[in-house]
Design a protein around this ligand. Structure first.
Ligand SMILES: *Cc1c(COP(=O)(O)O)cnc(C)c1O
Length: 396
């Protein structure tokens, strides 16, 4: 089944959907002594840092920074606008919406969950029915996961905005862009998103540990009506600090800020439009290869419709629970780590490819070549010509 000798020595490649590959420029920016946290460079870098974060999110509005992972930003966003007893609507097309909904439940919110399963995008008609039935506007927020990293579904945020507008429903549109920001096109202001959460370890290419909540004036108006907000999660002083320590409610995540600064420089030097186009092209090459393999019937792309596939992550399923052995082969024999199946009942059949952030054409060909090699070693039936098909996409 497996090669007699391992070929995993050499630079390993973690191709999971976060943490993503960190650019050398990010690592090098962090390799330095701690700065003075009361005076000087660190304090002076903040206005440009928050400006450049807002440019990634395409918003003129506010950003609050937290020393937290994505789960922390879920709680942060909810804590500012959803009081105990208030209702949120959670249209779920994968594990992560359930996670956010569970967090809402834990802070005392009532959760209306619409479950679209693990391989279907939102059905706008069913969401419309739920909003229409809410005649007294109990629903205060819609928890909208843009790209669900477990299923790799990309949902249509502008369509959800249009629906809320058509129905004159005042609920806040709250987006989770933890997987999608800096990968899939997202335009907070143009799309009418009221609050958006993200974290630094995916498209933003920085080690896990810092999260962000972006919010507009409508979200701030709801914040202002809250009976109480925990001091630590309160986004107001973080977004509009009078003193430097208020950005972080304590010591700044010094080295993360240096890493993030380097990552934002890379992103803006490339340009947002190019970043999105690159991710789209790389994702298309991956899909094309996977569709070719899938001709055998042994491999399936989790999301059938290309229009609803993320450009940051791809979820695949192998029959006979062969996902886990395939991953083990690529990791131990080739030095290539692929993502586990997440949120799926027969998760050993699934595996995921992360292609978010600091990823280029040769890295995508390495992922695909690694999978081809593992399938060859494990005698998994597959359509022929997958790598050639991917090369054709990348050479256009
Ligand atoms: C990664 C991810 C999360 C969770 O982020 P953590 O940093 O692991 O807490 C939430 N939502 C989405 C869409 C994600 O991709």
């Amino acid at each position: 089944m497996t090669n007699p000798i391992s070929l995993a020595q050499g630079r390993e490649y973690l191709a999971i959907p976060g943490p993503s590959v960190m650019p050398d420029a990010v690592l090098q920016a962090m390799h330095r002594p701690s700065p003075n946290i009361y005076d000087g460079e660190l304090i002076e870098m903040m206005p440009a840092l928050t400006r450049d974060l807002r440019r990634v999110a395409r918003t003129e509005h506010n950003v609050a920074i937290y020393i937290a992972n994505g789960h922390g930003t879920w709680e942060a966003a909810l804590s500012n606008v959803i009081a105990p007893g208030e209702t949120v609507l959670a249209p779920a097309s994968g594990r992560f919406t359930h996670g956010w909904a569970e967090m809402a439940d834990a802070i005392g919110a009532k959760v209306d969950l619409i479950d679209f399963g693990t391989s279907s995008p939102w059905d706008m008609e069913r969401i419309a029915d739920a909003l229409r039935a809410d005649t007294d506007h109990r629903i205060k927020g819609v928890l909208a996961v843009h790209v669900d990293t477990s299923s790799s579904i990309r949902n249509d945020i502008p369509a959800l905005r249009a629906l809320l507008d058509d129905l004159n429903h005042p609920a806040l549109l709250m987006a989770d862009c933890i997987a999608s920001l800096g990968c899939d096109r997202f335009e907070m202001d143009a799309w009418g998103v009221d609050a958006m959460v993200t974290a630094c370890q995916k498209g933003l290419m920085t080690p896990a540990g810092v999260g962000f909540v972006f919010f507009n004036d409508k979200a701030q108006a709801k914040r202002a009506e809250m009976p109480r907000v925990s001091q630590y999660w309160d986004w107001q002083p973080r977004a509009k600090p009078e003193l430097f320590y208020q950005y972080f409610n304590g010591t700044a995540p010094t080295h993360h800020l240096y890493g993030l600064r380097a990552a934002l420089d890379l992103i803006h030097a490339e340009g947002m439009e190019h970043v999105w186009a690159r991710h789209e092209r790389l994702a298309t090459a991956i899909w094309t290869a996977c569709e070719t393999w899938a001709e055998s019937g042994a491999l399936h792309l989790n999301v059938a419709d290309r229009a609803h596939r993320s450009h940051a992550v791809t979820t695949l399923r192998l029959t006979d629970e062969r996902g886990t052995p395939l991953r083990q082969f690529t990791e131990t024999q080739l030095g290539l780590t692929l993502g586990i199946g997440l949120g799926m009942e027969d998760w050993n059949g699934y595996f995921r490819l992360g292609h978010m952030g600091h990823v280029n054409g040769q890295m995508v060909m390495a992922i695909l070549g690694g999978i081809e090699t593992a399938m060859a070693a494990q005698n998994i039936p597959r359509g022929k010509g997958a790598l050639e098909a991917a090369a054709a996409v990348l050479s256009q």
